[in-house]
Write a protein that binds this ligand. Structure first.
Ligand SMILES: [Zn+2]
Length: 237
C-alpha cells in the first residue's frame, strides 16, 4: 500500500479512537449525574416542605391570636352577664357568647388539624433526609469509582494522543490537509474501507476502474460518489 495511504488509514483509526473517549467519559459519569440529579430533586422537595411548614406555622400563630381574642371576649361576656337586668338582654348576650365559644372551639380544632399536617410534613421531611443521606453515601462511592476509571481512561487517551502526534509529524502536510478537509464533513468516516466493491462511507458501488486502482493501493483514491478516501482492507479478498 502507498505509504501516504497507509498513514491516512492509521490516522483515521487513531482519530476514531480519540472520538470514542467522549462517549466513554459520558457513560462513566452517567451514574454520578443520575445520583446528583436525585439529590437536587430531594433538595427542591425539602425546600418546598420548609416553605409549607413555615406557612402552616403562620396559620397556627394567627389561630392562636384568634383564640386569645375569643377567650377574652368570653371573659368579657361573663362579666357583662352579671350586670344584665332583663331576660331579653340575657338571651342576646347568651347568643353572642355561644357564637364566641363556637369560634373558640373551631380555632382549637384548627390548631389540632394544623398540628397533624405539620407532623406529617415533618415525617416526610425526615424520610427525604434519610434518602438524601443514602444517596450522598452512594455518591461518594461513585465518585471514587469514577476517579479510578477516569485515571485509566486518561492514560489511554494520552497514549493515543502521543501516537497521533508522532504519526502527524511523519506525515506529508498536503496529505494531512486533504484528510482534514474531508474530515470536516465526514467526521470519523473520512477514510473508509471498500467492501464488496462498495464504499463503506456512502455504500455506493465503486466502478471497476476505480476499484482496480484501490486494490493496487498505489495512490490515494477517493470515492467518486461521496469523496471519502478509500482503501482495501488487506484481510478481505
Ligand atoms: Zn462513498
Amino acid at each position: 500500500m502507498n505509504k501516504y495511504l497507509e498513514q491516512l488509514v492509521s490516522l483515521s483509526k487513531i482519530d476514531q479512537e480519540i472520538d470514542s473517549f467522549e462517549p466513554k467519559i459520558e457513560s462513566i459519569n452517567k451514574n454520578l449525574k443520575e445520583v446528583e440529579n436525585k439529590i437536587d430533586k430531594i433538595n427542591i422537595q425539602l425546600n418546598n416542605y420548609d416553605d409549607e411548614i413555615k406557612d402552616i406555622q403562620n396559620q397556627k400563630s394567627q389561630n392562636n391570636t384568634h383564640i386569645l381574642e375569643f377567650s377574652a371576649k368570653i371573659k368579657e361576656f361573663s362579666k357583662k352577664s352579671a350586670m344584665v337586668k332583663t331576660e331579653k338582654e340575657a338571651n342576646a348576650l347568651k347568643i353572642e357568647e355561644d357564637i364566641a365559644k363556637e369560634q373558640l372551639d373551631a380555632a382549637n380544632d384548627e390548631i389540632i388539624r394544623l398540628d397533624k399536617i405539620l407532623e406529617n410534613k415533618e415525617s416526610y421531611k425526615k424520610e427525604l433526609f434519610t434518602e438524601k443521606e443514602d444517596l450522598e453515601k452512594q455518591l461518594e462511592q461513585i465518585k471514587l469509582e469514577v476517579q479510578e476509571q477516569m485515571k485509566v481512561l486518561e492514560k489511554d487517551r494520552m497514549n493515543v494522543y502521543d501516537k497521533k502526534t508522532k504519526l502527524v509529524e511523519e506525515m506529508n502536510q498536503k496529505v494531512l490537509g486533504f484528510y482534514e478537509k474531508i474530515r470536516k464533513w465526514a467526521k470519523n468516516t473520512a477514510v473508509v474501507p471498500v467492501k464488496k466493491q462498495a464504499c463503506y462511507g456512502c455504500f455506493m458501488r465503486i466502478y471497476d476502474k476505480t476499484y482496480l486502482s484501490i486494490i493496487k493501493g498505489e495512490e490515494i483514491v477517493t470515492c467518486p460518489h461521496c469523496g471519502r478516501i478509500l482503501y482495501k482492507e488487506s484481510q478481505e479478498n
